[in-house]
Unconditional design. Structure first.
Length: 256
C-alpha cells in the first residue's frame, strides 16, 4: 500500500468523552432542518458519591467546555515532553467521538490492494457484513485510534502505554532503545512499536501487523455503494508523531 499521512488534533479530557457516532443515512430526517439546542449546564451531573467525579458518559458539551475553562487549558503552562493523560474528542467538537482519519488523503490502490478492498465490500448495503468486528476480532492499529472513546498515554521508565477505552486494550511503545524486529516472527493486531523523542515530538514507528484488521471502515455513500473497509498487508509500517501544542491539545500525525 502506498504511503499517506494523516494529521489530527485530539483534546486532553478531564474526563474521557464517550458517546455514539452520528452519521447521515438514507431516509434520515432532513439534515438542514433546525436542530434543537444541545443540553448544557442546566442538566444535573450525577456522581457515584463524595470524592468521585461524574462518569465520562455523563458530561455533555456544556460541562466539558466549563471544565476546560476552569483548567485554563489554552493558557496553562505545560511540559511539551509530557504527553500523559486521556486524549479524546476534537477542539471544534468536544463531544466528538474518536479521531477520524482523513480518507481524502488515501492514494490509489495497487492492483493487489484493490483486490483486497473489493473482497472486503459488504454482502449487503444495509450493514457491514465483512467487518472483522462482527466476529469479535480486535480492531487493530490505527483503527483503535479512530473508532471510539479516545485513549490514555501512561509514561513508564522503559515504555509508553497507550490504553484504549474501547475494548480495554493497550499497546506497548518501547522506549528502552530497542529496534524494531526486521522480520517479526508473529503478526500482531497492534504490531511491534518503539518510540523516542525527536525535538518536541514523540516519534513512534511500528511494523509486524496482522493483516486481518482494517485501517478504517468505509461507510455507505450512495444507494448502490456497499459499506466495507480499508485493508492492509502484513508488510505495513506506520510512523506517528505526537506533539503537544498546549496543555489541552495534542497533534497526531500518522504516515502509513
Amino acid at each position: 500500500m502506498r504511503n499517506f499521512a494523516i494529521v489530527s488534533l485530539v483534546v486532553l479530557a478531564t474526563l474521557l468523552t464517550l458517546g455514539p457516532i452520528t452519521s447521515a443515512q438514507q431516509g434520515s430526517p432532513d439534515q438542514s432542518a433546525p436542530k434543537p439546542p444541545r443540553p448544557g449546564l442546566e442538566v444535573p451531573l450525577i456522581t457515584p458519591g463524595p470524592g468521585w467525579k461524574a462518569c465520562p458518559r455523563c458530561e455533555n458539551e456544556g460541562y466539558m467546555a466549563e471544565d476546560r475553562k476552569k483548567a485554563k487549558v489554552d493558557t496553562r503552562p505545560f511540559d511539551v515532553h509530557d504527553i500523559s493523560g486521556v486524549w479524546s474528542g476534537n477542539p471544534k467538537d468536544l463531544e466528538g467521538n474518536g479521531t477520524q482519519l482523513d480518507i481524502t488523503a488515501v492514494p490509489s490502490f495497487t492492483p493487489y490492494g484493490q483486490k483486497l478492498f473489493e473482497a472486503d465490500q459488504s454482502d449487503s448495503p444495509q450493514w457491514n457484513s465483512k467487518d472483522p468486528m462482527n466476529i469479535c476480532d480486535p480492531l487493530g492499529w490505527p483503527r483503535w485510534l479512530t473508532y471510539n472513546y479516545g485513549f490514555e498515554f501512561v509514561v513508564l521508565p522503559d515504555r509508553v502505554l497507550q490504553f484504549f477505552e474501547q475494548g480495554h486494550a493497550w499497546r506497548d511503545i518501547w522506549t528502552d532503545g530497542r529496534k524494531l524486529p526486521p522480520n517479526p516472527p508473529i503478526p500482531r493486531y497492534l504490531g511491534y512499536a518503539v518510540g523516542r523523542w525527536e525535538g518536541d515530538s514523540f516519534f513512534v514507528e511500528s511494523n509486524g501487523y496482522d493483516d486481518r484488521s482494517w485501517l478504517n471502515n468505509q461507510v455507505q455513500r450512495t444507494g448502490s455503494r456497499r459499506p466495507g473497509g480499508y485493508p492492509h498487508s502484513d508488510e505495513m509500517r506506520i510512523e506517528e508523531r505526537y506533539k503537544r501544542l498546549n496543555y489541552g491539545l495534542l497533534q497526531v500525525t500518522l504516515t502509513i
